[in-house]
Design a protein around this ligand. Structure first.
Ligand SMILES: [Zn+2]
Length: 280
């Protein structure tokens, strides 16, 4: 989440001072200021469309209609001939579904697009999404800017910071956890920030011993896909270094909490390997 803004302007709709000036204007302004971007940087927009007029009013929040220049930009970006700003890519409340609290579905779509997980609806190259919702009868407005944070993704020199990936180490059958060189905290899965001291500059991946103990386990009897053999055991394993990993246990399905285990590897077709655990 890059930025967020919220406004409550009225309770009764009949008492609204100016029907053409929704709270979206203030919530949008705050969200963009906090994100440090402008409406021109937005790749995909999700707005609450309970009615046609709702969607039109809320687009004032992202600032697209606030000025004449903004209105021109808005028309240009919604003109298919010039390349439209993709709007409500899930289909929206009017044509897809409106279960009553549609806002959460706007957020789901706004997260999927920058992640590149939207399938057939994917907007090519989408890195920044805005979701805007309302509550009551246009009483409360909330705008959220989501995306790949360009400021965090680049180092001060302007070059992309190297982020080691756990999957890369598995090619060499090394199981790694993230360690903070400032406070010695160990965490998994990797995060942008140390949860021990909040540092974003001291995180490295370190090899583990591969040893651990079963923290909890369950036997799965129903295959998620036809090609998966059942039964199999899914477990939380507490590594000797401290963090918990979610994994599979191999070598039978009769496991108890506290059983000693050690890492084993299933090689994947792409060269990486999947860490599983067997009796230590
Ligand atoms: Zn730390």
């Amino acid at each position: 989440m890059l930025g967020y803004g919220e406004r409550t302007t009225n309770t009764s709709f009949t008492a609204v001072d100016d029907l053409t000036a929704p709270g979206a204007i203030g919530s949008g302004r705050d969200a963009f200021a906090r994100a440090g971007i402008t409406p021109a940087d937005v790749d995909v927009l999700q707005v609450y469309d309970s009615f046609t007029i709702t969607a039109a009013l809320q687009r004032r929040g992202p600032g697209l209609l606030r000025t004449r220049r903004g209105a021109r930009l808005h028309r240009r970006r919604h003109d298919p001939a010039r390349g439209a700003l993709p709007l409500n890519t899930s289909g929206g409340g009017l044509s897809y579904c409106h279960p009553g609290q549609f806002g959460i579905l706007l957020l789901v779509e706004a997260v999927r697009q920058p992640r590149g997980e939207a399938g057939d609806r994917q907007v090519a190259g989408a890195r920044t999404a805005v979701a805007h919702g309302t509550g009551g009868i246009l009483s409360t407005h909330a705008t959220v800017v989501l995306g790949v944070d360009r400021r965090l993704a680049r180092s001060s020199s302007g070059r992309r910071r190297h982020r080691p990936v756990v999957g890369d180490a598995t090619r060499e059958h090394r199981l790694t956890v993230q360690t903070c060189t400032q406070c010695d905290h160990v965490q998994h899965p990797p995060r942008a920030m140390c949860t021990g001291c909040s540092s974003m500059e001291h995180l490295v991946l370190r090899d583990t011993s591969g040893d651990g103990v079963v923290d909890a386990s369950t036997v799965v009897h129903r295959a998620p896909r036809p090609d998966v053999e059942v039964p199999y055991t899914v477990a939380r394993v507490r590594l000797a270094e401290g963090p918990i990993v979610l994994t599979r246990l191999t070598g039978g399905n009769d496991w108890a909490i506290g059983d000693a285990v050690t890492v084993d590897w299933l090689d994947l077709p792409d060269g990486r390997a999947l860490p599983v655990f067997s009796r230590g």
